[in-house]
Design a protein around this ligand. Structure first.
Ligand code: COS
Length: 377
């Protein structure tokens, strides 16, 4: 067993950490207020190579392993979980093509991403969230084309992505056996962006509805076979969930660091509050939570990199890390008292950002269902 990182991993971590300090931290609170990512930051993320981290080497990308990815997502989240979400959602939307795309689809799709443009993964609908098999967007075959109709909801990178990975149902009767994945370009006639969400947290990331009205796609844009979409979506979510864990760990670590610094500076009763055992106990509990979550994230990533079954660990790492991000960011704010509650400091942003970790890419209740299914059946 080896808990160390390679020189290359440490160098990459250092590169991202410096980028975060220089380019993200100074504007994180402004982007949160403005409810958008600054457009020039996207160019900088692309330039440093953060948008094509999962693009396979044979397609000109970095093809990074999951452990290293987790390391980098954690660093990004220390600066802004909204920005980390934009980057991770790009990877989420790449997995279906990595898993089942043809060579032609891979060349086309990853060429777009390598140009510094974003992709979006569109599974959720107004009436199909946890119940992914309940997707009502229809894909009706017409010769060698499909006609897509429906509405997608809560789509990360909606409106800012160039290309969308859309799940629709090819069976009139619906259900998981008809779920099918399609690549849809943003300028396709009939495809439009619906309302933009005004979210509690991760406000630098765009979240919108997508509207499909008689959108024509060719057979060549179908990823995998008809009815293979549910399996593709589940495989994709398995791959991506540890990264929600990694972002959660980054958020939790950033708030812990902030609480430690504050507790040494803040004086009450004539001494730094760090000298009080109640504060020390809180910091120690927070540190244990961050460390255990981080280990779980690395374990899930390690198993994936080894080609072993990692579904259960992926769900565990996402669920546990999201829960501890919520509790650690809440406690960090508590340590900071009134200053934590003020929008002048990032404590309340960390707490707002943490909440979504328990909701997106499968609620933590769904993660527990996945874990229990693996334990029992
Ligand atoms: N990898 C590959 N295949 C999987 C799988 C996985 N992780 N999980 C399930 N499957 C397959 C099963 O093997 C089964 O295939 P067969 O019928 O051919 O045997 C099929 O999918 C159905 O599996 P299951 O009966 O377990 O599915 P359920 O309908 O009970 O749904 C949950 C399972 C609830 C776990 C699933 O719907 C889910 O993950 N929902 C959450 C979706 C989500 O995360 N949404 C967030 C929005 S996307 S950002």
């Amino acid at each position: 067993m080896n808990f160390g990182f390679t020189q290359e991993q440490l160098e990459l971590k250092d590169l991202v950490s410096k980028f975060v300090e220089r380019e993200i931290k100074p504007i994180a609170l402004t982007m949160d207020k403005e409810n958008k990512m600054h457009p020039e930051l996207l160019g900088k993320l692309a330039k440093i190579g953060l948008l094509d981290l999962v693009v396979p080497k044979e397609n000109g990308g970095v093809g990074l392993d999951s452990v290293t990815l987790a390391l980098l997502y954690e660093e990004l989240a220390k600066g802004c979980a909204g920005v980390a979400t934009v980057v991770a959602a790009n990877a989420l939307a790449s997995y279906p093509v990595i898993i089942k795309g043809t060579d032609k689809q891979k060349a086309y799709y990853f060429d777009i991403i390598k140009q510094g443009k974003l992709a979006a993964f569109a599974l959720t609908e107004p009436n199909a969230g946890s119940d992914a098999g309940g997707v009502a967007t229809s894909a009706v075959k017409d010769g060698n084309k499909y006609i897509l109709n429906g509405t997608k909801a809560f789509i990360t990178n909606g409106g800012v992505a160039e290309v969308y990975l859309i799940f629709a149902n090819t069976r009139k009767t619906g259900g998981i056996r008809g779920l099918t994945a399609f690549i849809v370009e943003k300028d396709t006639p009939g495809f439009s962006i619906g309302k933009k969400e005004d979210k509690m947290g991760i406000r630098a990331s765009n979240t919108t509805e997508l509207i499909l009205q008689n959108v024509e796609v060719s057979e060549d844009q179908r990823v995998g076979r008809e009815g293979e979409g549910f399996r593709i979506a589940m495989n994709t979510l398995d791959s991506s969930r540890p990264f929600v864990g990694a972002v959660s760990v980054g958020l939790a670590q950033a708030s812990l660091d902030m609480a430690i610094k504050y507790s040494k500076e803040r004086r009450q009763f004539g001494q730094p509050i760090a000298s009080f055992q109640m504060i020390q106990g809180m910091l120690a509990d927070m540190a244990m939570k961050v460390e255990t979550a981080r280990l779980l994230v690395y374990k899930a990533c390690y198993l994936r990199d080894q080609g072993e079954d990692f579904s259960k660990e992926a769900a565990m790492s996402k669920c546990y890390a999201a829960d501890i991000a919520m509790s650690v960011t809440t406690d960090a704010l508590q340590v900071m008292g009134g200053y934590g509650y003020s929008k002048e400091y990032p404590a309340e942003k960390y707490m707002r950002d943490a909440k979504i970790m328990q909701i997106y890419e499968g609620t933590n209740q769904i993660q527990r269902v996945v874990i229990a299914n693996k334990l029992l059946f």
